[in-house]
Design a protein. Structure first.
Length: 94
Protein backbone atom coordinates (compact mmCIF):
# COMPACT_ATOMS: atom_id res chain seq x y z
CA UNK A 1 0.00 0.00 0.00
CA UNK A 2 1.13 3.58 -0.57
CA UNK A 3 3.29 4.76 2.31
CA UNK A 4 3.98 1.25 3.62
CA UNK A 5 7.53 0.71 4.79
CA UNK A 6 9.66 -1.80 2.89
CA UNK A 7 12.88 -3.04 4.51
CA UNK A 8 15.68 -4.73 2.57
CA UNK A 9 18.44 -6.66 4.29
CA UNK A 10 21.62 -7.21 2.29
CA UNK A 11 24.02 -9.74 3.78
CA UNK A 12 27.60 -9.76 2.58
CA UNK A 13 30.14 -12.50 3.30
CA UNK A 14 33.65 -13.01 2.00
CA UNK A 15 33.81 -16.78 1.51
CA UNK A 16 37.17 -16.67 -0.26
CA UNK A 17 40.61 -17.21 1.17
CA UNK A 18 41.81 -13.64 0.45
CA UNK A 19 41.11 -10.73 2.78
CA UNK A 20 39.59 -7.77 0.92
CA UNK A 21 39.92 -4.21 2.18
CA UNK A 22 37.88 -1.20 1.15
CA UNK A 23 35.00 -3.13 -0.41
CA UNK A 24 31.99 -1.14 -1.65
CA UNK A 25 28.54 -2.71 -2.04
CA UNK A 26 25.85 -1.14 -4.23
CA UNK A 27 22.17 -2.03 -4.39
CA UNK A 28 19.53 -0.69 -6.77
CA UNK A 29 15.96 -0.37 -5.54
CA UNK A 30 12.73 -0.38 -7.61
CA UNK A 31 11.11 2.80 -8.97
CA UNK A 32 7.99 2.12 -6.86
CA UNK A 33 9.98 2.79 -3.67
CA UNK A 34 11.14 6.05 -2.14
CA UNK A 35 14.37 6.07 -0.14
CA UNK A 36 13.95 6.70 3.60
CA UNK A 37 17.26 5.62 5.17
CA UNK A 38 20.04 3.05 5.16
CA UNK A 39 22.53 1.70 7.67
CA UNK A 40 25.29 1.37 8.73
CA UNK A 41 26.25 5.02 8.63
CA UNK A 42 28.90 4.93 5.86
CA UNK A 43 26.15 4.99 3.21
CA UNK A 44 25.61 7.13 0.11
CA UNK A 45 22.33 7.49 -1.76
CA UNK A 46 21.89 8.40 -5.44
CA UNK A 47 18.20 9.25 -6.00
CA UNK A 48 18.57 9.54 -9.79
CA UNK A 49 20.04 6.05 -10.09
CA UNK A 50 17.81 4.69 -7.27
CA UNK A 51 20.97 3.24 -5.72
CA UNK A 52 22.40 2.90 -2.23
CA UNK A 53 26.14 2.28 -1.72
CA UNK A 54 28.04 1.24 1.39
CA UNK A 55 31.80 1.70 1.67
CA UNK A 56 34.24 -0.02 4.00
CA UNK A 57 32.15 -3.19 4.14
CA UNK A 58 33.69 -5.88 6.33
CA UNK A 59 34.05 -9.61 5.63
CA UNK A 60 30.67 -10.36 7.23
CA UNK A 61 28.18 -7.48 7.16
CA UNK A 62 24.45 -6.89 7.31
CA UNK A 63 23.31 -3.78 5.45
CA UNK A 64 19.83 -2.24 5.56
CA UNK A 65 17.68 -0.11 3.25
CA UNK A 66 14.44 1.42 4.57
CA UNK A 67 12.05 2.62 1.87
CA UNK A 68 8.39 3.47 1.40
CA UNK A 69 5.89 2.64 -1.35
CA UNK A 70 5.23 5.66 -3.60
CA UNK A 71 1.98 6.56 -5.36
CA UNK A 72 2.24 5.88 -9.10
CA UNK A 73 2.18 9.61 -9.91
CA UNK A 74 5.59 10.18 -8.28
CA UNK A 75 7.39 6.99 -9.24
CA UNK A 76 10.65 7.37 -11.09
CA UNK A 77 10.41 6.30 -14.75
CA UNK A 78 11.99 2.99 -15.60
CA UNK A 79 14.34 2.88 -18.56
CA UNK A 80 12.97 1.00 -21.56
CA UNK A 81 16.36 0.41 -23.18
CA UNK A 82 17.55 -3.14 -23.57
CA UNK A 83 20.65 -3.99 -21.60
CA UNK A 84 22.39 -7.10 -20.40
CA UNK A 85 21.16 -8.31 -17.01
CA UNK A 86 23.29 -7.22 -14.08
CA UNK A 87 23.57 -8.46 -10.53
CA UNK A 88 21.48 -6.71 -7.90
CA UNK A 89 24.43 -6.42 -5.52
CA UNK A 90 27.94 -5.69 -6.75
CA UNK A 91 31.08 -5.86 -4.61
CA UNK A 92 33.86 -3.66 -5.99
CA UNK A 93 37.36 -3.69 -4.44
CA UNK A 94 38.60 -0.13 -3.97
Amino acid sequence: MIGDTVVYRVQVANTGSTTLDGVEVRDDYPAALGFVSASPAQTTHDAGARQVAWSGVGPLSTLWIISAMLPSSVRMPVSTTTAAPRPIVTAVPM
